[in-house]
Design a protein around this ligand. Sequence first.
Ligand code: AMP
Ligand code: ZN
Length: 108
Amino acid sequence: MCIFCDLIEGKIPSTKILENDNFLAFEDINAQAKIHALIIPKVHIQSFNEMTPNVMAEMTTFIQEVALTLGVKTDGYRLITNIGQNGNQEVKHIHFHLLAGEQLGRLV
Ligand code: AMP
Ligand code: ZN
């Protein structure tokens, strides 16, 4: 269905960080910080626009587990989800970028 669906199915390789039945966290191939993870639901949802409260609630818990696994929960991190054309979303399978491991520049 999309490259992240292929990645979930193991058709393309990834460096996994954490996985459960419904979600996967893996390293971004083009890291924009010392730590740059991508967090996705295994079900194909195009963007935040199509997210449901139920999936979002479960994903919240999973993202917190990823932050713990990466050891960045206390020092802090940034979550970004790009949405649509103006948001510069390249891969049309919702993903949260988790950036961490250093002092990040201020965006907003
Ligand atoms: P976005 O612009 O928000 O859609 O982000 C897409 C992200 O996916 C970019 O940061 C890419 O570096 C990353 N990416 C694309 N293909 C792969 C891949 N095969 N493995 C890991 N990260 C990927
Ligand atoms: Zn997909």
